[in-house]
Design a protein around this ligand. Structure first.
Ligand code: 5AD
Ligand code: SF4
Length: 438
């Protein structure tokens, strides 16, 4: 059997995008080539997401489409990776017996072995045990971008928010040793990358379980010292673990961008408690205040869940009120979605879809106004922009401010990869427009 070319379809978060970059790196090292078209690949990998029901539905409908392809080309191999693979294991086979391989997020380093075995093996292969040494491994990686790179610093999550399936699928928190991470960033700088985004479910608790006193602000400081890397970002921070040390790092380390994604989920203390978030509204607001005192122009974004079980109208009003109070630069808002195995499934007071829909529309409308207003305040300001490519509209270049806002600029293509100072001339809800300062 031939397994020379592959195509990966990725669902979900940046962590999954980055895992796909790793699978690509691993397979290329084995002599396989990435095929841009599904039709031409010998193997198709679906890197799946299970965070909400909708993501799961999207995967199953894609899998249905691939069945037709497999009927036409029985030699085609189909692999299911990522969170649904971890969650369902061999149950995927009862729904889709034409799947050849199932492997979880911490088993992707075993891809070479699996591919090799598969060449002579006709039975489906299931690998979801998780490699306990995964966080200590060097994994070859082929990155999508040439300027901006994701770098995993830790895996898993120990928080057990009651709605969230992640701790069950990505396992306990494990941090990569600082020397491995810094080594990877140095190599990225050598290859010409300008920006790194450090990835973890809960980056502020980085270092737990490592020898010595590894912690997140210290890691940021080490990466800040890597020459030729211009910008450092990170996701995601849990508000409870946001330390004064991190606020100081955001203030003092020149390469750490003034940007923080700090998921609040709800503005109601009763709901925060039911979610097991382990902070109160007041504690969260206190951290936002301290952040803004230390870093006055910081961009802050958040995640919101509406319609959590038991969410009364007055709880929801507290969330709306919190959005007004914080004046975020942007939010990701979601309707609560029942996830298998999570504690919230058994909570009382699950809400009808219509209420969730209505509340979601309300938060999005309110936030739309706030985002537009905040972006409008940037008109006439001068922003440092990393020019990263052509804008989607065509004709102009695109880039990001340090606060991670998209900017379209009229400038020659040779500036791609440079940091330029840009005067903002117009602002919409999703992007800014600007001119290079002479
Ligand atoms: N339902 C809705 N949203 C969820 N999230 C996580 N689990 C669920 C769920 N069961 C959201 C949270 C989290 C983001 C990544 O996804 O807001 O911060
Ligand atoms: Fe899920 Fe909470 Fe962990 Fe984030 S912190 S991954 S929401 S359990």
């Amino acid at each position: 059997m031939n397994m020379k070319s592959f195509h990966i379809i990725t669902f979900g978060c940046q962590m999954n995008e980055h895992d796909s970059e790793r699978m690509t790196g691993i397979l290329e090292e084995q002599g396989c080539t990435a095929s841009s078209a599904v039709e031409h690949a010998d193997m198709i990998i679906l890197n799946t997401c299970s965070i909400r029901e909708k993501a799961e539905q999207k995967f199953y409908s894609e899998l249905g489409r691939l069945k037709k392809l497999k009927d036409e080309r029985p030699d085609l191999k189909i692999a299911v990776a990522g969170c649904i693979a971890q969650q369902e294991g061999e149950k995927i086979l009862s729904r889709a017996p034409y799947v050849d391989m199932v492997f979880g997020p911490s088993d992707l380093s075993r891809l070479p072995e699996m591919v090799e075995k598969k060449r002579s093996w006709s039975l489906p292969m299931i690998n979801i045990a998780g490699d306990p040494e995964y966080h200590r491994k060097h994994i070859p990686t082929t990155r999508i971008d040439r300027l901006k790179a994701w770098v995993s610093i830790m895996y898993g999550c120990d928080n057990y928010c009651t709605y969230c399936v992640v701790p069950y699928l990505r396992g306990r928190e494990r941090s990569r040793p600082p020397a491995d991470i810094v080594g990877e960033v140095r190599e990225l700088a050598r290859q010409g990358f300008k920006e790194v985004t450090l990835l973890g479910q809960n980056v502020n608790s980085y270092g737990k379980g490592l020898e010595g006193d590894a912690n997140f602000p210290a890691l940021l400081s080490m990466i800040n010292d890597v020459p030729d890397i211009e910008r450092i970002r990170f996701v995601t921070s849990h508000p409870r673990d946001l330390s004064d040390g991190l606020i100081t790092a955001l203030r003092d380390l020149p390469k750490v961008c003034e940007f923080l994604h700090l998921p609040v989920q709800s503005g109601s203390d009763a709901i925060l408690r039911a979610m097991n978030r382990r902070y109160t509204r007041e504690e969260y607001l206190g951290k936002i205040r301290r952040l803004r005192e230390a870093v006055p122009h910081i961009t802050i974004t958040t995640d919101i869940i509406v319609g959590f079980p038991g969410e009364q109208e007055r709880d929801f009003e507290m969330t709306m009120d919190l959005l007004e109070e914080v004046q975020y630069d942007g939010i990701f808002a979601f309707k609560y979605s029942k996830r298998p195995g999570t504690a919230a499934l058994k909570h009382d007071g699950h809400l009808p879809e219509a209420i969730k829909e209505k509340r979601l529309a309300q938060v999005l409308e309110l936030q739309g106004e706030i985002t537009s207003r905040n972006n409008g305040k940037l008109v006439n300001s001068v922003q440092e922009v990393l020019v990263d490519g052509m804008s989607k509209k065509g004709g102009t270049l695109s880039g990001r401010t340090r606060g991670n806002k998209a900017v379209n600029i009229d400038a020659p293509a040779k500036l791609i990869g440079s940091l330029v100072m840009v005067r903002i001339t117009a602002a919409g809800m999703n992007s800014l427009t600007g001119q290079i300062c002479e």
